[in-house]
Design a protein around this ligand. Structure first.
Ligand SMILES: C[S@@+](CC[C@H](N)C(=O)[O-])C[C@H]1O[C@@H](n2cnc3c(N)ncnc32)[C@H](O)[C@@H]1O
Length: 220
């Protein structure tokens, strides 16, 4: 329960956290720069650090929503060196950029497999790359499809797998802290959070890092 004197991080807290962090890998810094001109929506840097920590010791990862490969690289760098990631995005131009950055970070091509199609089509097509079982899945594509991604991924999760999803605070709109407008996808994100966190087979919560990172472990 939230006590009256509980503390919500201030800018000073966040600056202090940043001051403790080791410098980001140059390939991650290059991706942060590369995302700017095309306004590619990438993960918050602190959420990346959390994702890398969650990926430690998780060999089989599935990501929905690659973009230019920023979150993918955080996970690849956090994973064991023989870890594998399959990442889905229909945008071939973005994933081609991603590959050049993964290579510059020294990640072997065979460690990251890209599926260039809409995720729900790829899951329905029984693509062998997506057979699983996965130890970690990271959801960061179409907000209105988050719950459908989850349902497609459930039979592909290993016991103890982590489900992680970005943007679940939706800049304060899912909680109602800021007003939402019809069609802004607040309702679907809210429904997704309830779907996961009310399911007794999941244990998890929402970390208020970046735009909100839902983290839940699967114990069927
Ligand atoms: C928020 S960005 C992903 C950012 C990335 N995870 C990161 O943090 O670096 C969302 C991506 O989802 C992709 N996308 C759009 N529709 C999709 C679909 N149906 N299936 C999978 N990915 C999709 C978009 O092309 C876009 O690159």
């Amino acid at each position: 329960m939230r006590s009256d004197d509980s503390w919500f991080p201030t800018a000073q807290d966040l600056d202090w956290i940043e001051s403790l962090a080791r410098p980001v890998h140059p390939a991650l810094a290059a991706l942060e720069v590369a995302a700017v001109p095309g306004r590619v929506p990438i993960l918050d840097r602190d959420a990346g650090r959390v994702l890398a920590a969650l990926a430690a010791d998780r060999h089989r990862v599935c990501e929905v929503g690659t973009a230019i490969g920023y979150s993918t690289l955080w996970m690849a760098l956090g994973q064991p060196s023989d870890g594998h990631i399959v990442t889905i995005d229909p945008d071939t131009a973005r994933t081609a950029v991603a590959r050049t950055h993964w290579r510059s970070a020294g990640i072997a091509d065979e460690r990251i497999e890209v599926v260039n199609s809409p995720a729900l089509d790829a899951f329905a097509a029984d693509n062998p790359a997506l057979a699983g079982p996965f130890d970690l899945v990271f959801i960061d594509a179409l907000k209105e499809e988050y719950t459908a991604y989850l349902e497609a991924l459930l039979p592909r999760l290993a016991p103890g797998a982590l489900v992680v999803a970005d943007n679940v605070l939706w800049s304060g709109r899912t909680s109602g802290a800021r007003p939402s407008t019809p069609g802004d996808r607040t309702e679907v994100l809210r429904a997704f959070c309830v779907r996961v966190l009310a399911d007794p087979r999941f244990t998890g919560s929402i970390l208020p890092v970046g735009d909100g990172l839902l983290v839940a472990s699967w114990r069927p």
